[in-house]
Design a protein around this ligand. Structure first.
Ligand code: KIV
Length: 256
């Protein structure tokens, strides 16, 4: 990818053919988006993970469209070279009509593409978004918006049935017009097989190393949410300790 050119859904789609791997991270605010962009991250996701690592919810299911719009607008103000993708939150795309209307709320706030969770089940919504000219990134495997029904964050694709279903989901999402596909907690050999079968890049999270790219929640990467971090996420910084140390130093300085 050209270092100065704006990243588009098409340039992400073409990454696989060019043999480039995509390093994607989340941002929910202006400074983080600018910092990630300056670091050369090509795809920034305003994920509904904002609910857990910023807003203090137990999972992503309580995140509202208004909250997503607020965070998308903050990220968009950074005017990044990176492609800004935003999650449609839970219960905002049960029909093609509300998927389109709610996606427009996020694109008007500055999202350049939309991500939604699901495979075959959301094909009509993906097609409807594409017909409106809205770029779509898919998301299959463990679906955090369904964590309650699924009883936790568990690896997907271990049984033959689940393998077959996930492969069908992946092919259906590509066919419906997605430019990339997130594979979350997909059994690594299956993630490798899905990656080989698709023309669009897969972007893995907790799905092994054979995807077309990797995505992480930035708070997990930089150690900014020390109370919980998924096993697959390796923190390469310790922002939480830096904040505590700076705050303790300030408290001491003011008291003395
Ligand atoms: O909400 C989010 O941050 C996500 C990524 C973890 C893929 O969906």
């Amino acid at each position: 990818m050209e270092q100065t050119a704006k990243i588009t859904p098409d340039s992400i789609r073409g990454a696989k053919a060019r043999g480039e791997r995509i390093a994607a991270l989340t941002a929910y605010d202006y400074p983080t988006a600018r910092l990630l962009d300056e670091a050369g991250v090509p795809l920034i996701l305003v994920g509904d993970s904002v609910g857990m690592v910023v807003l203090g919810y137990p999972d992503t299911t309580q995140v509202t469209l208004a909250e997503m719009r607020h965070h998308v607008a903050a990220v968009a103000r950074a005017k990044t070279r990176a492609l800004v993708v935003a999650d449609l939150p839970y219960h905002t795309y049960q029909t093609t009509g509300n998927a389109v209307a709610n996606a427009h709320v996020l694109t008007e706030a500055g999202a350049e593409a939309i991500k939604l969770e699901g495979g075959v089940a959301v094909v009509p919504e993906i097609r409807a978004l594409r017909q409106e000219g809205i770029a779509v990134m898919g998301h299959i495997g463990m679906l955090p918006q369904h964590v309650k029904e699924e009883g936790g964050y568990k690896v997907k694709g271990r049984s033959a049935d689940e393998k077959e279903r996930l492969l069908a989901d992946a092919l259906a999402v590509e066919e419906a017009g997605a430019f990339a596909l997130v594979l979350e907690l997909v059994e690594p050999e299956l993630a490798r097989d899905i990656t080989a079968r698709l023309a669009i890049p897969t972007i893995g999270i907790g799905s092994g190393t054979h995807c077309g790219g990797q995505i992480l929640v930035t708070h997990d990467l930089v150690g900014a949410f020390p109370w919980f971090r998924p096993k697959f996420a390796v923190a390469t910084a310790d922002i939480a300790s830096a904040i505590r140390t700076a705050a303790e130093g300030f408290v001491r300085q003011v008291r003395e």
